[in-house]
Design a binder for this molecule. Sequence first.
Ligand SMILES: [Zn+2]
Length: 587
Amino acid sequence: VKRIPASDSPFMGRIRRPVSRLSSLILVAALVASVLAAGACARAEKVPPADLILTNAAVYTLNPAEPWAEAVAVAGGKIVYAGAGRGAGRFRGAATRTIDLRGRMVLPAFQDSHIHLIEGGVESRLCNLAGLETPEAVYAAVTDYAARNPGRPWITGGRWDLPVFPAANPTKEALDEIVPDRPVCLFAADGHSAWVNTLALKIAGVTAKTPDPPGGRIERDPRTGEPTGTLRESASGLVSRHIPETTAADVLQGLRAGLEMTRRLGITSIIEASVERSELDAFAAMDRSGELDLRVLASLYVDPDKGLPEVARLEKLREAYRGPRLKATTAKIFADGVVEAHTAALLEPYLDRPGDRGLPLLEPEAFDKLAVALDAAGFQIHVHAIGDWAIRMTLDALEAAEKANGARDLRHHIAHLELIDPADIPRFKALGVVANFQPLWAYADPYITKLTLPILGPARSRWLYPIGSVLRTGAVVAGGSDWPVSSADPLEAIQVAVTRRGPDAPAGPAWIPEETADLRSMISAYTGNGAYLSHEEAVRGSIAPGKLADLIVLDKNLFKIAASEIHTARVLLTLFEGKEIYRDPDF
Ligand SMILES: [Zn+2]
């Protein structure tokens, strides 16, 4: 059994002893403090002055010993006090800044436990046509993007919706009018079509004489055979292979764009869902320069076809990429695809395809072996699993790891968890596997009603995103967004978990009411349980003396508004180790 490098130990498994020592110290300190406070003379205790005191607040601490507080004092990036308003006074010094929050809510800052921050950040700087409903709106957005980015040699991006254009067939002429002098290649929302201009076709050498490539189609004028500007499937590669590669500078700028969003949403910790080396380089560069105001646990992509030799490669990356706010101690495995494309692995066939249960991306035996080896090497395992077969296979593999290596407190987790067979629900708690849900998906949107229910049927669909059932077993539930797939706003996801209705929907009946979650559990999923999942609960995730001052202020107390209003709450202030990294312009 290969041991974890000692340098990783603060985050890996060994956390327990220092914690209990720390908490007994705090206990002794608290006893001493209360004895002093009870003393007859009003002698002031010697405490170092705080940098910042938040007063008059509704502080939800996630500290079971004292769930609510009125004031928080911060010094040297850590919380030094959380409690009654009066008690904060003795931390006030000449240089202490005090913010009167007038009843607003304070929470530990959020963690997003499944996000593609850099990919989303890079994409956000490209031409984004998502959600636009008319050709005119799309043309206007392309015009605007081209004007704002005169230095870009290619106009790329996309996410346009197929139904916007007649026969899903936008034309090169429309683009030529807007961008005649630079090549354009814009992918459809589903990634299976590309819309290009004349210059892009010219660069790629695609003409009336170019045959359709295998697995692809060039849309053409029926009379002349001239390409009309839309390329399907592999044909899009004829043009897209000429797009300049994403540079290190692009990746770094993507990360900066991502960080602007996380600060604004009150997120100060993430689990990056699957990283490439260029992304690790960007995180590491910003970590070294001290600009990374985000704790990043990077999940290292495992190529299942390469099997066990992957473990040694990952160990090198884990060793190479670690810094004050970056660690790469997690291995990411994809167990299956998605339900909508019939690629999620199911225990029973899709209703519309007799005999077809989808495709797991690993054989069960190979999965078990890989999990045993990664676990033995001290990696936390993070699995993408959507269908009930993929989820069962994953739980089996994690159980095999525990049998082979003993319980190692690595806190393996499964993300997405769309369809869990009821028989497998108790296994999360039993195996210590964290359920990493994306709760924003847990309502009856068109993906569910149009694409999922018809191919799963009502009996199985009862078990879609069963957050309530998993919570009732006592398993640890964490939350993530999968941004840029969907919104990264934790407040929207928390609301949907509680209401099982769309984030903008008024109050009304929940979709599968048995699976609604309670607000406390969902706040924990995005704070304390995130810290636990990242092996950092000793230093953050609740508001108590000694914890890092990663805090947010919300304009509304989530416990005092209707559940359907949670998404309207705004982050007014984000503190990272006591430092203000975001402030709402109106606050
Ligand atoms: Zn993902």
